[in-house]
Design a protein around this ligand. Structure first.
Ligand SMILES: [Zn+2]
Length: 259
């Protein structure tokens, strides 16, 4: 999850397993601890949501030898006035940067339809492994994700996995973006999505949000280092590109044995 600047308060648990909530209210704990913490690097600059043995060994990851198929549901984004083609380009560019850092193939299967399940995670009949959707802060309706998006939360993500002999294989991932939050941030942007490298143009905070949530959907957790995209607050002045710690973590996630 990521929260917009200001109005910071404790959030909700970020990750869900298939059956039950993880015992740790990760986001809430991290945020609270972080408010008074100095902006310094901690450890390797990345953290896996599920570690195995040591903090630098991922315990759950997508099979690096197969293709991960993802689809995006723009229905609610369109309802909020967002331009679908523009957000689609922004999303694909965000996924590409993460995928390249991992060395794992993510294939865009196109626009899909999905539905909120219990108001906390999306379900789709489309043949995809990873669902990206835009939701509302309402607790009702097909795109009602108020249980997880209310308050200052701009996005949330999760994964589920199947335990194998040595590690766990991620078999489902999702991202839910608060469409209103994005609409608010793109209001001032009249130009189309700028595809130049992030270092050659002004920061794109929405692309940062997309990359951050996608980082969760591939197994990364929050860090306390503001230089990393996995820092849990949107920093509008920060370039929308992966930090050195993010890169190290993503490389590890992609550099695992096949299942
Ligand atoms: Zn987050």
């Amino acid at each position: 999850m990521i929260v917009r600047p200001a109005l910071v308060r404790a959030g909700v648990a970020t990750y869900r397993r298939r059956v039950r909530l993880l015992p740790v209210a990760l986001a809430a704990t991290t945020l609270t601890a972080m408010l008074g913490a100095p902006a310094q690097a901690d450890g390797p600059g990345y953290k896996f949501f599920k570690a195995a043995g040591s903090p630098t060994k991922p315990g759950a990851y997508w099979d690096p030898c197969t293709t991960v198929r993802y689809g995006i549901d723009f229905t609610y984004a369109r309802k909020q006035g967002l331009r679908v083609a523009r957000e689609e380009t922004r999303w694909r560019s965000a996924v590409q940067e993460v995928a390249e850092a991992m060395g794992v193939r993510f294939v865009y299967e196109g626009r899909i339809r999905s539905r909120a399940q219990n108001g906390v995670q999306p379900k789709s009949a489309a043949p995809v492994d990873l669902i990206i959707t835009f939701g509302s802060e309402s607790r009702r309706g097909r795109y009602g994700y108020g249980r997880v998006l209310s308050g200052p939360v701009a996005g949330i993500a999760g994964i589920s996995w199947r335990q194998s002999t040595s590690a766990a294989r991620v078999d489902y991932g999702y991202v839910i973006i608060d469409a209103k939050e994005v609409a608010r941030r793109t209001d001032a942007i009249t130009a189309p999505f700028d595809p130049r490298p992030a270092t050659q143009r002004p920061p794109d905070v929405v692309r940062s949000l997309y990359m951050h949530e996608f980082g969760h959907a591939v197994g990364l957790s929050h860090v306390r280092d503001k230089k990393q995209l996995m820092y849990p607050r949107l920093l509008p002045e920060r370039a929308d590109t992966l930090g050195p710690g993010d890169l190290r973590g993503l490389r590890k996630l992609g550099n695992q044995r096949c299942f």
